[in-house]
Design a protein around this ligand. Structure first.
Ligand code: GDP
Ligand code: MG
Length: 170
């Protein structure tokens, strides 16, 4: 079997870090600076005779004074195109931070037919872990998600559980 997985989310939520963690090697560029990933980077995870192809989408940048910059228009287009013909989407957010940009990414997923898994990243940075459960429930009301999984991509925490959820759709 072979499946296609898109990782989407606003800049800096940890998309490249997650992809590198899943693939176990440095294929995508990560940086503290947003907009490091300017092109789609493909990675292939092979397990037995099963393969999953991952796309680390460029961030979706449509807010602020740079919204009409050619590079941002290009990146938005590339991010949206990555959602066509995928088997599964991983929508990545950062802890309990929900921004206007997260909402824009979520809106872009409205017409996506593939199952969308919500992954809440950087939980290692949560000041108060008790805030996580009610937050996960609140996120779950924003749309129908195939699963909601808290992770820390940088440390690999709970990433196998996320991969298991992805594998269900491949
Ligand atoms: P992208 O723009 O969505 O591709 O985000 P990156 O993968 O480039 O990550 C942005 C920043 O968040 C980098 O400094 C990462 O090291 C950091 N980061 C990613 N995952 C985690 C995590 O699980 N915990 C913490 N504390 N930092 C993370
Ligand atoms: Mg990136």
């Amino acid at each position: 079997t072979c499946g296609f997985v898109a990782i989407v989310g606003r800049p800096n939520v940890g998309k490249s870090t997650l992809m590198n963690r899943i693939l176990g090697q440095k294929i995508s560029i990560t940086s503290r600076r947003p907009q490091t990933t300017r092109h789609q980077v493909l990675g292939i995870k092979t397990e037995g005779d099963a393969q999953a192809i991952f796309v680390d989408t460029p961030g979706i940048h449509i807010l602020g004074k740079d919204r009409n910059k050619a590079i941002n228009r290009f990146m938005n287009q590339a991010a949206v195109q990555a959602l066509r013909d995928v088997d599964c989407v991983v929508f990545l957010v950062d802890r309990t931070r929900w921004t206007e940009e997260d909402q824009i990414v979520l809106d872009r997923l409205a017409n996506v037919e593939a199952p969308v898994i919500l992954a809440v990243n950087k939980v290692d940075r949560l000041q108060d872990k008790a805030t996580l459960l009610p937050w996960l429930a609140e996120l779950g009301n924003k749309r129908e998600f195939a699963a909601v999984v808290p992770i820390a991509a940088q440390h690999g925490t709970n990433v196998p559980e996320l991969e298991a959820e992805i594998d269900k759709h491949l």
